[in-house]
Ligand binder design. Structure first.
Ligand SMILES: NC(=O)c1ccc[n+]([C@@H]2O[C@H](COP(=O)([O-])OP(=O)(O)OC[C@H]3O[C@@H](n4cnc5c(N)ncnc54)[C@H](OP(=O)(O)O)[C@@H]3O)[C@@H](O)[C@H]2O)c1
Length: 353
């Protein structure tokens, strides 16, 4: 008889947290390129519940019932054919393909193409927080905007909106960790957020928006200026020191380009983290009207072990800190789902399995 496991699944679009059913289903069998993993922690991302809400209706999920969850950490139980470099007993973190999901369960299949080993110094909860959120920060900072891990990239004035959220907490540090100069960090090292000073030497300058309750945290993560988004100054994104932004990392709920225009440099860019057709159309419109300001869509390439390894290394080296909003046992996955949907988490929402 097949070995059974607990999991949370949903069987139709919509319905929110109450549509998640706690069920017993067979433990999956690893196919070519997969590892069977005993899940220790699984984090929630906005895209998980937006897919349940019909974001990609008729495309995702591929079939019902669907076990959501893509960001996991755990221990390898067995490996399928073609898997090299991993063995039973290895601690790992992985991004499971959105097409497949399966993270809200006691066991999941992790593709070898998006899995890295978890160093002992990183907890299971912190590791599960990394794949989507930290890679989004890394990829938009490095691959899209062109910041360099060795500090040799451009020195930009950056506005990060919703700096207290799951992605924002990493981005706010990206200013220091992703653009710091390792040699200098040794000479100026003092305290947990020592890289903060390095970013100053590199010339990066970050203005961040968040709610009043998180301003101190966001400042401690490395932001130079913090605006409460519920104040008039925060709503207008006006830098207290009068700086114009080269880049706006737009993590907060959608605002049109016009909302940032006055605070952008002439060649400023707004990176839209929730791109839709309107982002593409707006970008096209800017081009035909010869506007030098741009509105760029960002889409994560999560099947990327190089970047997953990079963020894991940064956490292991103490350069990137994970902020966990809340943890829930697997049986309480609907509460974790609800917490993410509310949109008020400070850092990541994580299931402990
Ligand atoms: N393109 C991609 O590939 C990709 C990948 C990952 C994420 N994303 C997107 O990135 C965005 C951020 O995701 P996330 O996981 O970081 O979100 P999140 O964790 O849900 O963000 C919650 C935080 O946002 C703050 N917030 C809410 N409204 C705000 C506003 N108007 N101004 C400033 N702060 C505000 C909240 O503060 P209060 O509690 O004080 O209100 C809370 O701390 C989402 O739109 C997500 O879909 C895109």
């Amino acid at each position: 008889m097949a070995k059974m496991m607990h999991a949370h699944q949903y069987s139709k679009y919509h319905g929110g947290p109450s549509a998640l059913e706690y069920v017993e289903v067979p433990v999956p069998t690893p196919k070519k390129g997969d590892m069977l993993v005993k899940v220790e922690a699984s984090s929630v991302n906005i895209v998980d519940w937006r897919i349940q809400d019909g974001l990609l209706k008729y495309v995702l999920p591929r079939k019902f019932p669907h076990i959501p969850g893509t960001d996991i950490s755990g221990e390898v139980v067995s490996v399928g054919s073609g898997v090299e470099g991993f063995a039973p007993g290895d601690k790992i973190l992985s991004w499971i393909d959105l097409l497949r999901g399966g993270g809200f369960a006691e066991y999941a299949l992790a593709p070898v193409t998006s899995t890295v080993k978890r160093p002992p110094s990183i907890s299971a909860v912190d590791a599960a927080s990394l794949p989507v959120a930290a890679m989004t920060a890394l990829q938009s900072a490095v691959h899209l905007i062109g910041l360099k891990l060795d500090g040799s990239g451009p020195k930009l004035n950056i506005l990060i909106t919703a700096a207290s959220g799951g992605v924002g907490i990493f981005w706010t540090q990206a200013r220091s960790s992703f653009s710091s100069t390792p040699d200098l960090s040794r000479t100026v090292r003092q305290g947990v957020f020592e890289e903060y000073r390095i970013a100053k030497l590199c010339g990066c300058f970050v203005t961040a928006t968040c709610g009043a309750r998180n301003m101190e945290l966001v400042r401690s993560l490395g932001a130079d200026e913090v605006l409460d988004y519920k104040t008039p100054e925060g709503a207008s994104f006006k830098s207290p020191s009068g700086k114009k932004y080269d880049v706006v990392v737009q993590l907060a709920p959608y605002r049109p380009l016009e909302a940032f225009k006055a605070q952008l440099t002439k060649r400023g860019t707004v990176v839209d983290m929730t791109p839709t057709l309107r982002t593409v159309l707006r970008n096209w419109y800017n081009k035909i009207t010869f506007s030098k300001q741009s509105f760029l869509p960002f889409v994560l390439d999560a099947k990327n072990t190089t970047d997953l390894q990079s963020v894991t290394d940064l956490v292991e080296q103490g350069k990137l800190k994970v902020i966990v909003d809340s943890t829930f046992p697997l049986a309480k996955a609907p509460d974790a789902w609800a917490r993410s949907i509310e949109g008020h988490s400070t850092g990541k929402v994580v299931l402990i399995v």
